[in-house]
Ligand binder design. Structure first.
Ligand code: FA5
Length: 346
């Protein structure tokens, strides 16, 4: 077969392949196969050395024409394929700007977290530090250092989930008192701290009890701290959470780690100057008292120099009172219809 015929055949075949290319990749394969350094056109041109001097320019010119023709055809096909791809993409990514928008649902802190954070803000404003303690606690901190030795009957009221003889799910945030007292350097100033967190008890769940709930512990230790300081602090808390027209009342109580101990009630109805004492409804919200000297001594603090007050309040109960929630279990069911009622943004 003469070179001219070979070139003609190559041209015809290449044209068909270019036309048939479905994708840019396929088109590129054709280009490399025909026009590339090791392509079929180069292969044919190698045979030119055997041609006569007359034939050579004729075949050379024809080879050039074929190359140019194929190059143009490839460029056209490339544009065609690129346009098709772009159109396909535009079609699939079409946006209907007239569709209504989808509102973004923004979360919010859980209502109990809101109560805890507002207490944290208030106490930080009064110069308290916020301390965290472990939920899996040692018997030593949860009970013994809080003046509750192994055989103490008051342990029964806080029966809990034991992990081993010495490790348990803490029943109260009071162990953080012992942990903080041990660490505190009194030469640098008084100790004022609160410690919010989860606590656990083997209580049977009902409308006002949960086996897992929250407490916020408070502890102030310095020289010359009095029961008046405790009452003033708790009154400030009640005012902040419930409003200025709510009062508090301290009733004698018993905790092994405070002496004297009190239970604190908040007036549930507003108290006006002319409200008669018998018309006030009181609701218990927390336990408190003056730190027992044994608790100070066990943590290495000299109880003849230092003294203080402590309290432990239940934010779950605070939230129930503040918002009129009748069943504590609602806080733990995580039903969004319930939780979104306490949207801080209103
Ligand atoms: C204590 O736990 C003491 N550690 C509090 C304390 C601290 C007293 C420092 C003195 C000094 P009590 O068991 O009463 O006390 O619990 C304190 C508060 O936790 C209660 O007033 C109540 O608000 C809340 N509470 C107790 N048990 C439950 C429960 N099962 N579910 C929800 N809240 C509870």
């Amino acid at each position: 077969m003469s070179l001219q015929t070979e070139l003609q055949t190559l041209r015809d075949q290449a044209m068909t392949q270019i036309d048939g290319a479905q994708t840019l990749n396929e088109l590129n394969d054709v280009r490399v196969k025909v026009l590339g350094k090791k392509g079929s056109l180069t292969e044919i041109l190698r045979g030119m050395k055997d041609l006569s001097a007359d034939e050579r320019p004729v075949v050379g010119a024809m080879a050039n024409d074929v190359r140019n023709e194929l190059t143009d055809q490839i460029a056209n096909k490339q544009t065609e394929l690129e346009t098709a791809t772009l159109n396909e993409q535009l079609k699939s990514e079409q946006i209907d700007v007239t569709l209504p928008g989808q509102p973004a649902i923004q979360g919010q802190p859980h209502v109990l977290q809101q109560i805890i954070e507002s207490l944290e803000d208030q106490f930080m404003g009064m110069g308290y530090q916020i301390v965290e303690g472990p939920e899996v606690e040692q018997d030593k901190y949860n009970f013994e250092m809080m003046n509750l030795p192994k055989d103490h009957p008051a342990r029964d009221m806080q029966d809990t989930f034991y992990i081993s003889n010495e490790l348990l799910m803490r029943t109260q945030t009071s162990p953080v008192q012992a942990r903080t007292l041990e660490q505190h350097d009194f030469s640098k100033g008084p100790l004022k701290m609160i410690s919010p967190g989860r606590v656990y008890r083997r209580d049977t769940d009902d409308a006002t009890h949960s086996h897992q709930f929250h407490q916020v512990e408070g502890l102030v230790v310095d020289k010359h701290i009095t029961m008046g300081d405790l009452k003033g602090t708790l009154l400030a808390v009640a005012h902040q959470l419930f409003g200025e027209d709510h009062d508090i009342r301290l009733r004698p109580s018993y905790f092994p780690f405070t002496e004297p101990s009190v239970e604190v009630d908040v007036s549930w109805n507003p108290v006006m100057p002319d409200t008669k004492p018998e018309d006030i409804d009181w609701i218990e919200v927390l336990g408190a008292g003056m730190v027992h000297p044994n608790v100070l001594e066990k943590a290495g603090v000299d109880s003849s120099v230092y003294g203080g007050f402590a309290f432990g309040l239940g934010p779950d109960r605070f939230a129930m009172l503040k918002y009129g929630v009748e069943d504590i279990r609602n806080f733990y069911l995580n039903d969004v219809r319930f939780l979104t009622q306490f949207d801080q943004k209103g």
